[in-house]
Design a protein around this ligand. Sequence first.
Ligand code: 5RP
Length: 220
Amino acid sequence: MSRPLLQLALDHTTLPAALQDAAVLQEYVDIVEAGTILCLSEGINAVKALRNLCPKKIIVADWKVADAGETLAEQAFRAGANWMTIICAAPLATVEKGHAVAQSCGGEIQMELFGNWTLEDARAWHRTGVRQAIYHRGRDAQASGQQWGEADLAKMKALSDIGLALSVTGGITPEDVALFKGIHVKAFIAGRSLAGAADPARAAAEFHAQIDAIWGGRDA
Ligand code: 5RP
């Protein structure tokens, strides 16, 4: 099992605040995400600014696209994103259009798994050529008490078996990482527990220590 990557999610409501945290944290993470909240607040400039600030990082446009897959994927990849998210409720046509643009730009689509979706949907996404999904506990669901459980792990395993590389997110802390032992995790996506930490560098180091303890060090 390959070592999971660490992804910084920037869900700030202003670009300067996001860039400040990205500048501090980029050296500790593998992937930098222009989060949905940031992109809705600041638009496509958020993706462009992160690409400029972090030229060597994988950049994610977390737009959770529901329609106009072709147009929005063109916008995201032209702005410098490597990966763009599409919400699981989107029609398959949107996934196909987004994926075609991603391929032509050397990028990838990630399916955002919120709410209702089925393994049949996941097989259909895989048939389009999409190879990534994000298993997501929404922040509102988390705030209303939703915990990670065995049912989540079983669904993650089933998604992996279909051939989708899974990133995991939703209020993830370093202490949560061990819950996912046994799962092929592409990346742990953390926003508030990194950008909101009193000592962000130390929080990132704790994530890496937990990941190392289970999946081995970066050179393993
Ligand atoms: C919300 C998101 C967030 O970017 C993701 O959940 C990571 O943020 P946090 O670790 O703060 O939950 O996609 O829809």
